[in-house]
Design a protein around this ligand. Sequence first.
Ligand SMILES: Nc1ncnc2c1ncn2[C@@H]1O[C@H](COP(=O)(O)OP(=O)(O)OP(=O)(O)O)[C@@H](O)[C@H]1O
Ligand SMILES: [Mg+2]
Length: 269
Amino acid sequence: MVKDEELAHPFLLVEGVGHRFASGLEAITGVSLSIGAGAFVALVGSSGVGKSTLLRILAGLLTPSSGRVRLGGRSPRQADHQIGIVFQRYNLMPWRTVADNVRLPLELQGLSRAATRQQVQEMVELVGLAGFEQSYPGQLSGGMAQRVAIARALVHQPALLLLDEPFGALDALTRERMGQELLRIWNARPVTVFLVTHSIPEAVLLADEVLVMAGRPGTITSRVHVPLPRPRHLALQATIEFHECAAQVRAAIEGEGETRGKGAGGRGE
Ligand SMILES: Nc1ncnc2c1ncn2[C@@H]1O[C@H](COP(=O)(O)OP(=O)(O)OP(=O)(O)O)[C@@H](O)[C@H]1O
Ligand SMILES: [Mg+2]
């Protein structure tokens, strides 16, 4: 449910953000949005529209040319320990075991192996990889490797989890299963999720709200509230409500509809 204080004090606030690359290309313009703590928000839009650019700005990896981002009142760089990121290519270190890959963010904080053992083990178990702690990335399937990337993004207990097309390289069945896994993890942790995806059904099945980015330069043209009940099992995809919501998002991407929903907030499950 959306709590009033969350909307009054959104956890993630983006105000008039635009970005022009050094090449002169203006990738995004006038992006404004607010997300309540604990919400699950998806961002969809055609290729090249600026989704990854926005995600990198939210992550503090890129400084916007205009506008500002506030995460719990601070800039993303000031709040970087509160952010976890999963990229489409999971960027695991092939020479490190599963446990050592998951441990990396804690190691960068200067914590010892002994001090982090329990935290790492909990994360490995949370993503369903117990028993694979000492395996190497080359010995894992794509879905398993992506679970390691999610565990690594969450191990330092960030308040915001940014995911850029995390399941894009997976087959359709594994992708569906990973979506359900992500919902389970989101339920188990107090974390706000911002998911970039090319898949409309994935966005609708997982999110409280779907943001649509369109135009050149890209901007948020629609916000589609997803009224589907939780928990969101795969069977929901067969319902009329699901299809109506997906059609609404598709129309918004194709520029047929302007749909303005309420700011997403609160944990729905
Ligand atoms: N480092 C860069 N320098 C110059 N232009 C860039 C850079 N990174 C991205 N762009 C351009 O900015 C625009 C938006 O790119 P971005 O990667 O944000 O799109 P996207 O929506 O994530 O696309 P996709 O769905 O294919 O991942 C594109 O035109 C791209 O060519
Ligand atoms: Mg991208």
